[in-house]
Design a binder for this molecule. Structure first.
Ligand code: KIV
Length: 273
């Protein structure tokens, strides 16, 4: 007897992402941190779901991604993985669980894979975390790399501005990207860098690039789901497009509910036993 469900849509794999790049098909990525949202974005056709450490901001209300723990990430990821039937689910390794600590990096990545059922992890940085990434890859765990604005280093950068505008930083980013590809990372997120640099890198690299604030010529795009749905009204950087006004719709719907509870128009005679 097999537990394989033949009627299920084939899962997107890291191999499939590479085939998409090779065929010139764009990769649609989005974040999700729970079961219900994953079901919705998966049904909409997202190829890649990231359980990002942006959960620290949009799910927990922190100002930065630094405070979120590995246990927090695992809890969010357990729900997000269960909601995804087709999309590849990738989980962010949180700050403090891999930088400069290759043994700890493997332990953290193994916990994510074992306890959540995700297909891969994402790690921020280049040369400075080379050994940690190499050890995670050697354990058979696919790694998505992340360069440019890496929010876990916000205190080093002094803010969330555009990265690699100057030649020296751009050269370093290109050499990091080539090194990460040679190490075996299956994809590379490029956050908030000039579009021309992202385009150049996308042509240079064999592996797919996924952009956020990196122009239209990366192999895919990623946005934080609450931001693109218009649930964080105050957050509107230049690269963000609101594809819906769900925040407004929620406030209006809940407002109607509150008023109907208060006026006893809910529940009606047909809504009771
Ligand atoms: O944590 C996150 O959501 C991310 C994406 C914005 C790439 O790293």
């Amino acid at each position: 007897m097999s537990t394989y469900n033949e009627s299920a849509a084939p899962k997107v794999t890291t191999v499939r992402l590479q085939a998409m790049k090779d065929a010139g098909e764009k990769i649609a990525c989005i974040t999700s941190y729970d079961f219900t949202m994953s079901r919705l974005v998966d049904a909409a056709g997202a190829d890649f779901i990231l359980v990002g450490d942006s959960a620290a901001n949009v799910m927990m209300g922190y100002d930065t991604t630094l405070p979120i723990t590995l246990d927090d990430m695992i809890t969010f990821a357990k729900g997000a993985v269960r909601g995804a039937r087709r999309a590849l689910v990738v989980v962010d390794m949180p700050f403090g669980y891999y930088q400069g600590m290759p043994d700890e990096a493997v332990r953290s990545a193994v916990r994510i894979m074992k306890e959540t059922g995700a297909a891969a992890v994402k790690m921020e940085g280049g040369e400075e975390i080379r050994e940690s990434i190499a050890r995670v890859l050697a354990a058979g765990i696919p790694v998505c790399a992340h360069l440019g604005l890496t929010p876990q280093s916000v205190n080093k950068f002094g803010g969330y501005g555009v990265r690699a505008k100057g030649d020296a930083e751009a050269d370093r980013l290109i050499s990091d990207a080539l090194m990460l590809q040679e190490l075996g990372c299956f994809a590379l997120v490029l956050e908030k860098i000039p579009a021309a640099l992202a385009s150049d890198l996308t042509r240079k690299l064999r592996i797919p690039t996924i952009g956020i604030g990196a122009g239209s010529e990366t192999d895919g795009q990623i946005l934080v789901v609450q931001d693109m749905l218009g649930m964080n009204e105050g957050f509107k950087p230049k690269f963000m497009r609101h594809f819906g006004q769900i925040g407004k719709a929620i406030t209006e719907a809940v407002g109607t509910y509150v008023s109907e509870v208060k006026t006893v128009t809910f529940p009606s005679a047909t809504e009771q036993y």
